[in-house]
Design a binder for this molecule. Structure first.
Ligand code: PGA
Length: 248
């Protein structure tokens, strides 16, 4: 399977710094070749149109960091799927742990956002992951299984059209990465759950995220059920992001 490497810029950047980052990405081998991995970046909403325009014609795609469950209407502050498509997005991250925790997004809301993305022609990147307390209590597979089950129940026959990102909350932005074996174990359980729900969903790309860096990416991507990465901090440096994509 072709690997997928997605940069999540989170709430970072400015027109000036984005231009510099994009220049770096376009100057790297990502923009033209990317023969082995698909690559995309997810800037803040306000920069999405600019970034998509700057990357147009390159092999680097664009996604959003969130999406409304609604298609349009009186929903102040929300951004709808058709708008994201309109400005050039292909992917929409849904259920990132920062949204689940700081914005109290429930498993069902995340599943509904995944459905909204699909219904507007976007590929949802559904994030799941356990906290350190949950891991230490031996609940990792139960937690990610519950998060994924809401998506399975909501999407039905569309399940095979998503991307899933396993991001242990304790590894995000902390410099602590899950070991390749720890990540693989969770990915294998997610793969089994997807496959038992719908046989065609066995091929859903499973990304790992959480302190992926150029020096640990290759080992993670070598695991049989790790199909790529969702990259935060390292996606803000063109050289690091390009090196990670190359490792894929
Ligand atoms: P990180 O973030 O690579 O900075 O740990 C990953 C993410 O939250 O998507």
């Amino acid at each position: 399977m072709k690997k997928l490497v997605v940069g999540n810029w989170k709430m970072h950047g400015s027109r000036a710094s984005n231009a510099e980052l994009i220049q770096g990405l376009l100057a790297s081998d990502l923009a033209t070749t990317a023969p082995r991995a698909d690559v995309a970046v997810c800037p803040p909403f306000v920069y999405l149109a600019d970034v998509a325009a700057a990357l147009q014609g390159s092999a680097i795609g664009v996604g959003s960091q969130d999406i409304s469950v609604q298609a349009q209407g009186a929903y102040t502050g929300e951004v709808a799927g058709p708008m994201l498509r309109d400005v050039g997005a292909t992917y929409a991250i849904v259920g990132h742990s920062e949204r689940r925790s700081y914005h109290a997004e429930s498993d069902q809301l995340v599943a509904d956002k995944a459905r909204a993305a699909l219904s507007h022609g976007l590929i949802p990147i559904v994030c799941v992951g356990e906290t350190l307390a949950e891991r230490e209590a031996g609940q990792t597979e139960a937690v990610v299984g519950r998060q994924l089950q809401a998506v399975i129940d909501t999407l039905g026959a569309d399940l095979a059209r998503i991307v899933v990102a396993y991001e242990p909350v304790w590894a995000i932005g902390t410099g602590k990465t899950a070991s390749p074996e720890q990540a693989q174990a969770v990915h294998a359980s997610l793969r089994a759950q997807l496959k038992s729900a719908r046989s065609e969903a066995a091929v859903v790309p499973l990304l790992y995220g959480g302190s992926v860096k150029p020096d640990n990416a290759a080992q993670l991507f070598a695991q049989p059920d790790i199909d790529g990465g969702l990259i935060g901090g390292a996606a803000l440096k063109a050289a690091d992001f390009a090196a990670i994509a190359r490792a894929a």
